[in-house]
Design a protein around this ligand. Sequence first.
Ligand SMILES: Cc1cc2nc3c(=O)[nH]c(=O)nc-3n(C[C@H](O)[C@H](O)[C@H](O)COP(=O)(O)OP(=O)(O)OC[C@H]3O[C@@H](n4cnc5c(N)ncnc54)[C@H](O)[C@@H]3O)c2cc1C
Ligand SMILES: NC(=O)c1ccc[n+]([C@@H]2O[C@H](COP(=O)([O-])OP(=O)(O)OC[C@H]3O[C@@H](n4cnc5c(N)ncnc54)[C@H](O)[C@@H]3O)[C@@H](O)[C@H]2O)c1
Length: 495
Amino acid sequence: MAEPELVDVVVVGLGVGGEEVAGRLAEAGLTVVGIERDLVGGECPYWGCIPSKMMIRAANALAEARRVNELAGAAQVQPDWAPVAKRIREEATDTWDDKVAVDRFVVKGGRFVRGSGRLDGPGRVRVGDQVFQARYGVVLGTGTRPSIPPIDGLADTPYWTNHQAIEVEELPESLLILGGGAIGLELAQVFARFGVRVTVVEAADRVLAVEEPEASEVAAAALRADGVIIATGVRAERVSHDGQSFTVHGGGGAEFTADRLLVVTGRRAHLEELGLETVDVDASQRYLPVDERMHAADGIWAVGDLTGEGAFTHIAMYQAGIVVADVLDHMRRTKGGPDPSGTASVVGGAAGVASAVGGAMSAGGATAAPGSIPRADYRALPRVTFTDPEVGAVGLTEKQARERGINVQVGYTDLTSSTRGWIHKAGNEGFIKLIADADQGVLIGATSVGPAGGEVLSGLVVAVHAAVPVSQLRHMIYAYPTFHRAIEDALRQLK
Ligand SMILES: Cc1cc2nc3c(=O)[nH]c(=O)nc-3n(C[C@H](O)[C@H](O)[C@H](O)COP(=O)(O)OP(=O)(O)OC[C@H]3O[C@@H](n4cnc5c(N)ncnc54)[C@H](O)[C@@H]3O)c2cc1C
Ligand SMILES: NC(=O)c1ccc[n+]([C@@H]2O[C@H](COP(=O)([O-])OP(=O)(O)OC[C@H]3O[C@@H](n4cnc5c(N)ncnc54)[C@H](O)[C@@H]3O)[C@@H](O)[C@H]2O)c1
């Protein structure tokens, strides 16, 4: 059995969250071992946000060109997937090679180990036949994998997850998508705009079920306009594959058939793989709960999707800022300050540590008083589903607010009848919906759907995050004729 090697921090899983933590701690001069079994950067750059948004950019260009006929003459569009697939290979993923990311970590002073890391007692991590003992602690950033429902027959079929959908070079003629959440809707619209016959099968009674019902309606209508068939309230009971095509059999005799089947029914952390039992943490939970400083247990921090606080890259980055600050604070308290002797290899010395903490505080948000360690605060959690129109949302939905017994006021305005919406014409669907706490006189949630719904959201995020009084929001000046000016009208409608 190998002798444990003493280091400062071990980071297991170098996805968005883990890579950020490991890199910044290494830059601050700590001896950091970063362990990744697949690609450094994780899901977002290789099979998630970035390539999917490149697909969306291309699909939206087609849709805009098709709108020329209504606005500016005549245009004929000939979709071709080849440049999209090429861009994903060459610009986004280096054909799924993470050399650049590994080098970036190593240049920061990190030590990279490829393999599956597993806890092996307090502060100890095993990877293959190597064992590391961390002086200050272990950070887990192992993310999630697709959650595949236990539908009869499904496991025996060659279904796609987001990986195959992102890697596809030749589009199928038809595609069934199981799951009408964020991934399902974004990819359904992309593929439909490139000419694939797409059917979305969703178990809930509406797509994008976590957002406002009005958002589900607009998104579903937009996808239908692109030719997508949307079947909601369908519980898939059996899946079959005859070597050529897939059939999903739903309750009541419903049947859907296509060349390919994409399963995007949510994600799941795999805590059972992490050796959590060796540090007395329950591994049977769906996610790894953390406190507001990202502590999962004594000497263990967790970051990103694994924590179940929202599967978004911006959450992983936000949490990473808090982890970095807290680890450095823990180190200082343990050692009585950065180690000038270099035994902890603090190459940047106090300045390095201070700048890392400063960076963490700016990433960590407004909950940090100067000089203190930021605490996680998810009240103003923004999310954007990049369909066309985009669905942006922050904070609570109306239903969530009412369930909390809040004295709710709702303000709603349709974007199509706003000046900018009317000017925009083709592709102008959307709305602003505001949720206010009438007793506090502040917004606690908002949804912004529209051609720039994700960008319009930013003002609403500030309003919720900083608890700007509604009376003040009503007396702001909103530039004319912007999409965000519709916020002013929605504020007027609050009742
Ligand atoms: C199709 C798609 C589109 C998305 N679009 C967006 C978007 O537009 N905006 C947005 O904010 N978010 C988006 N997301 C979500 C975003 O990708 C995730 O929130 C983000 O990747 C989470 O980062 P993470 O570091 O927590 O985990 P991950 O990115 O999942 O990384 C975890 C890493 O840990 C590694 N790992 C796991 N176990 C071990 C182990 N035992 N040892 C070593 N390594 C291990 C894995 O190989 C992986 O590389 C999208 C996701 C998908 C799938
Ligand atoms: N733009 C973005 O920020 C973005 C984009 C894509 C993904 N993501 C993140 O990735 C996460 C995972 O995305 P996702 O779309 O897989 O999950 P999701 O939770 O958003 O949606 C999954 C959908 O599948 C449905 N479903 C579950 N079981 C089903 C079944 N057996 N049959 C039919 N439908 C079923 C659910 O009702 C739900 O509507 C999201 O929660 C999101 O945080 C973010």
